[in-house]
Design a protein around this ligand. Structure first.
Ligand code: NAD
Length: 413
């Protein structure tokens, strides 16, 4: 299963703009200058004009070797074009390969000539500038981040460095490229964020929506909130066509085993006790990762620049109920291993410092305005997820050999 680096194209493939594959069809290019009749002035920002997005998409994905990023790259090179009549001509996948980045996540698309993997850091402005120009990038999907709340408690600096400064460098490189290309819709920038920027809900509060105030509580969510503000500012100040999404908790294949669902799956399979934070009553809203990917692609293609879209699974669950469900699903799917009763293996451990009580997303806007709906129910998505981890033990084994042995993180607060 492990993918050798040489099997992926690393660093600088030839520029993709070529006479046979133009950056933009000439007919569209002509009307890119503001003031032409095909433009509609944005009600939100008079600087921006909207054109139908180009059919040919050369997409820069940042963080594409991580959990959501690798699912997204596979989606872009698979189902996505058919979904909205777009043609994804190139995906440039930029990833620093931190502990969370994993080339083996890209195995299924290793031989796809449209995929170019580049090992690099979003904080490197020169590299960003070069990639945007060399690959005639028309769309950016920005996912690269330090993403684990517990790690942000132990060591917040990398979160500020990547999520805040890195996002700034990427936005600024995109702005300059966009200006050089004549502005308009020369580039679309999708900023991928989290519902955690909105803080924590009480049990009876309405779910988060796009109009909620920002109240981040962890170094992770604070750093994501800062990057959301920068993305917003780049739209309002410069007119860069930025769209932001705030999504609830994802689950699915390729999720690093420090996160709740893959961690619990491993521990159940191995007959170990299951450490549940606090009393297990914290509530999260769960979305299958491929449904998040379809929401991101739809937001990128059909979203309105300057707008924010909340994406959620419409499925709130207490952590304790989620863990009990996992035990039951694993018991059904693994016939030859005896799984001890839930009450015997669940152990309640000291809570995460500042643990947000509840997240929930009201995704009415993306559903009604952009026509997005998740395909998976929680029941179908969780079975697919458990089955994937059962089928890919070597994927977890490689991580355990290298960087993480399922230990508890985030107790420094
Ligand atoms: N996982 C979730 O439930 C969830 C929910 C909502 C939003 N998000 C957001 O989605 C994005 C992806 O999350 P994920 O769970 O896939 O994270 P992840 O930690 O699995 O992956 C992050 C990827 O970014 C790369 N990366 C980190 N720093 C980088 C840098 N400086 N330059 C280039 N690459 C770098 C890592 O190597 C890794 O491949 C993040 O922005 C996160 O905030 C995640």
């Amino acid at each position: 299963m492990a993918l050798k680096r040489s099997a992926v194209r690393i660093r600088y493939a030839p520029p993709i703009a070529s006479p046979t594959q133009p950056h933009r069809p000439p007919s569209e290019k002509k009307s890119e200058k503001p003031g032409k009749s095909t433009f509609v002035t944005s009600p939100i920002c008079p600087l921006v004009c909207h054109l139908p997005p180009p059919k040919h998409m050369n997409i820069l994905v940042t963080g594409g070797a991580g959990f959501i990023g690798s699912n997204l790259v596979q989606y872009l090179l698979g189902k996505a074009p058919k979904a909205l009549g777009q043609e994804v001509t190139k995906v440039v996948n930029l990833d620093k390969l931190t502990y969370a980045g994993n080339l083996s996540n890209l195995q299924p698309i290793a031989s796809d000539p449209r995929h170019v993997f580049v090992e690099g850091d979003i904080i490197d402005a020169d590299l960003m500038t070069r990639l945007l120009a060399e690959h005639a990038i028309t769309h950016v999907m920005h996912l690269a981040a330090e993403s684990h709340v517990d790690r942000s408690i132990d060591s917040p600096f990398p979160f500020v460095e990547t999520n805040v400064v890195g996002s700034f460098q990427l936005l600024d490189a995109c702005r300059k490229h966009w200006e050089e290309q004549g502005k308009g819709e020369a580039i679309r920038f999708l900023h991928v964020s989290t519902d955690e920027v909105y803080g924590s809900l009480e049990l009876n509060d309405p779910a988060f929506s796009e109009s909620n105030s920002y109240l981040p509580n962890s170094p992770y969510s604070a750093s994501k909130a800062a990057s959301d503000h920068l993305a917003r500012a780049y739209f309002h100040t410069y007119g860069l066509p930025v769209i932001t999404t705030n999504c609830s908790n994802n689950y699915g294949p390729y999720q690093f085993p420090e996160k709740l669902i893959p961690l619990m799956i491993q521990k159940v399979i191995r007959g170990e006790n299951l450490p549940v934070y606090g009393d297990g009553s914290n509530i999260r809203d769960w979305l299958y990762v491929e449904d998040h990917c379809s929401g991101l692609f739809r937001s990128l293609v059909k979203g309105q620049p300057g707008e924010t879209y909340c994406i959620g699974g419409k499925r709130e669950m207490r952590n304790i109920d989620l863990v009990r469900t996992l035990i039951e699903v694993i018991r059904e799917l693994v016939e030859d291993v005896e799984i001890r009763p839930a009450d015997e293996i669940i152990t309640f451990v000291t809570d995460r410092p500042g643990h947000d009580k509840r997240y929930a997303i009201d995704c009415t806007k993306i559903c009604s305005e952009l026509g997005w709906e998740p395909d998976e129910t929680f029941e179908s998505g969780i079975r697919r997820t458990v089955q994937w981890y059962l089928d890919n033990p070597e994927w977890i084994a490689a991580i355990e050999d290298k960087s993480y042995q399922l230990e508890r993180l985030g107790q420094k607060g």
